[in-house]
Design a protein around this ligand. Structure first.
Ligand SMILES: *Cc1c(COP(=O)(O)O)cnc(C)c1O
Length: 395
């Protein structure tokens, strides 16, 4: 098996790297250098563990979903309950980690870009916790669509800057954040929200999210006295999935399945199934798979789940797919709604629409396995945020 850490240039096999404007290269090199020292520092790890426990609410439970397992017949399903964390999803693990790095580097101003607003909220939360100035760039279109998250960010003291250029969505917000960073790098830290972006972000975000896998592995071993047969997680940029998968990388018997958003179907143009339908290219600073049209333009992604609605994916997932270490499967909007209903009715847990994609795949996996198998599902977030949207689909 190949080395699971990126090489010096930030490559996982042929994916990853650092595709950035010249003005940013020195900044990224400095970040990587400092981060390498910080991650090995015991007092940093202690401080990070403290905030994960006392503020975010870790460790999260690994819950045996008995009624769901009975329903599925051939699967014994454990849920890693990231939905129980403060702010209701796994994103807080990453923003707490990065904000602590920012503090160690002496930065006093935080910037981020956000699409649906979930990463913006998690960033504003961590910034408020430490009294740091926070600016969140958001496409003007998204500001309109996600007004509740904009309100949350403002309530916590963040400044939300609507970006009016281009398609007025995530891609344009990211360009604006990079522009800000280049200008204000002396006091500013840029927090990226998934295992994507220029090296060292994919590795750094994975480090912070791998607390999910570390806990889950320990909890599962204590309960079952063996390793799980399957790991299952939804994949947008890929941070909750990588946080779970990474820790089991060398456990060859453990099969990993990432679930992508197939939107209206992978045979339409309205989906976000990057690993299944995309080609190799560069997006947001690294080489990975992405959705492109015939002219090489980045395609607009679609998913019912705002957090999966991204035309790219973290480079390490592209590597896992190419090397066969993990498998990536598509699940449609419709199937995700069924998954959401299933978990709500059988377990009294309403998952986020993103997470519902992973739940939906359980029914397919149950038919695929030959003998009764164990599976850990990353329950990446809770569904409260989606209730308005879902009520239009369910009567
Ligand atoms: C943002 C989000 C995701 C997708 O992001 P990843 O980086 O792929 O984990 C998944 N689930 C929830 C609940 C989210 O908020």
């Amino acid at each position: 098996m190949m080395n699971k850490y990126p090489d010096k240039s930030g490559y996982y096999g042929s994916f990853g790297g650092r595709f950035a404007p010249e003005t940013l290269m020195a900044v990224l090199a400095q970040l990587e250098h400092q981060y390498q020292a910080i991650r090995k520092d015991r007092s940093f790890q202690k401080e990070f563990a403290f905030y994960l426990k006392e503020y975010a609410g870790r460790p999260t439970n690994l819950y045996l979903a008995k009624r769901l397992s009975t329903h599925l017949k051939t699967l014994k399903v454990y849920l890693k309950r990231e939905d129980l964390l403060h702010t209701g999803a796994h994103k807080i693990n990453n923003t707490l980690g990065q904000i602590l790095v920012a503090r160690r580097m002496g930065k006093t101003r935080i910037i981020a870009e956000t699409g649906a607003g979930q990463h913006g909220v998690a960033t504003a939360t961590a910034a408020a916790l430490f009294g740091l100035k926070c600016v969140v760039y958001m496409g003007a279109e998204d500001v309109e669509r996600q007004s509740l998250n904009v309100f949350r960010m403002k309530l916590m003291g963040a400044e939300v800057v609507p970006v009016h250029s281009g398609s007025k969505t995530l891609k344009d917000a990211m360009n604006e954040a990079v522009r800000d960073w280049v200008t204000n790098v002396h006091d500013t830290f840029y927090i990226i929200g998934s295992v994507a972006g220029f090296h060292p972000y994919p590795a750094m975000v994975r480090d912070f999210q791998s607390v999910i896998g570390k806990e889950a592995r320990r909890q599962f071993l204590a309960r079952e006295k063996k390793l799980p047969d399957y790991l299952l997680a939804c994949v947008g940029g890929g941070s909750n999935a990588m946080g779970l998968f990474h820790v089991f990388y060398e456990d060859a018997s453990v099969k990993m399945i990432g679930v992508e958003a197939a939107g209206h179907g992978t045979d339409t143009r309205q989906h976000a199934a990057t690993l299944n339908k995309g080609g190799v290219g560069v997006l947001h600073g690294s080489k990975s798979k992405l959705l492109q049209d015939g002219d090489g333009q980045v395609q607009v992604a679609h998913s019912i789940a705002a957090g999966l609605d991204y035309p790219g994916v973290g480079p390490e997932h592209a590597y896992y797919q190419a090397s066969g270490r993990a498998q990536y499967v598509p699940v449609t909007d419709k199937e995700a709604i069924e998954g959401l209903k299933l978990l709500s009715r059988l377990e009294g847990i309403i998952p986020a629409l993103e997470t519902a994609h992973a739940i939906a795949y359980l029914s397919k996996l149950a038919r695929r396995v030959k003998k009764t198998s164990t599976v850990i599902v990353c329950l990446s977030g809770r569904g409260d945020k989606d209730m308005n949207q879902i009520s239009q689909f369910i009567s």
